[in-house]
Design a protein around this ligand. Structure first.
Ligand code: DX5
Ligand code: ZN
Length: 214
């Protein structure tokens, strides 16, 4: 089954609660929350106060994507804010597996992401410890970019490695995903789909979610 995780980065922040309720009602299982620190990526978004406010008005699964350097410093803050899944970046710290263990110690699902230039193999040794991996299909930092087709090959490699080794894992793709190119990601083995602009910038977001799910 395909899970849709709309990224709020593309939504109208003055109506954040309503926007999230709308996509939840339309069948999106997760909401994707992009946290950026202006150091790991050249952009700044929002942090725990926004997430904890949002948590009060919805029970959708909070899929928190941390694009921040040395994420171990802030894991507890995001757990307390209401994260259900926390993704850190392989490139953002010295020992991603230690951070994964920290996330799991709070009973929260743990995920690691790789940027377009990072090979899939770096995740193989820790794959059995993860609930999800996030393959970035654009350079992290901004919504509204075009998906980089070469990144889809890494989805295929990760799915093959997981299958071969009996590892049950979610594979999420993030960046430039639209109803038109979604099939390349799902055929390669992705089952969690992030979409920001394609959903929130559409005239009819509900319709886009339905098309993506079908
Ligand atoms: C990019 C973010 C994405 C982004 C997706 O750094 O991680 O989640 O918001 O937005 P679209 O779907 O517009 O590429
Ligand atoms: Zn993201």
């Amino acid at each position: 089954m395909i899970i849709i995780s709309p990224s709020v980065l593309a939504c109208d922040f003055t109506k954040l609660g309503d926007e999230v309720k709308k996509v939840h009602a339309a069948g999106a299982e997760y909401i994707h929350l992009d946290v950026m620190d202006g150091i790991f990526v050249p952009n700044i978004s929002f942090g725990p106060p926004v997430i904890s406010s949002l948590k009060k008005v919805t029970d959708i699964v909070f899929d928190v994507h941390l694009m921040i350097t040395q994420p171990q410093r802030y894991i507890k803050d995001y757990v307390d804010a209401g994260a259900d899944i926390i993704t850190i970046h392989y490139e953002s710290c010295e020992d991603p597996l230690e951070v994964v263990k920290l996330i799991k110690s709070y009973g929260v699902r743990a995920s690691v992401s790789i940027k377009p230039a990072t090979p899939a193999e770096v995740l193989y040794p820790m794959l059995g410890e993860l609930d999800m991996v996030l393959v970035m299909t654009v350079e992290p930092g901004f919504g509204g970019q075009k998906m980089i087709p070469e990144t889809i090959e890494k989805v295929r490699e990760l799915r093959e490695y997981a299958n071969k080794n009996g590892i049950d894992i979610d594979i999420e793709v993030d960046g430039g995903i639209t109803p038109d190119n979604l099939k390349y990601a799902t055929e390669a083995g992705a089952n969690v789909i992030v979409a920001g602009s394609a959903i929130f910038r559409a005239e009819d977001p509900v319709k886009v979610i339905n098309v993506m799910k079908s």
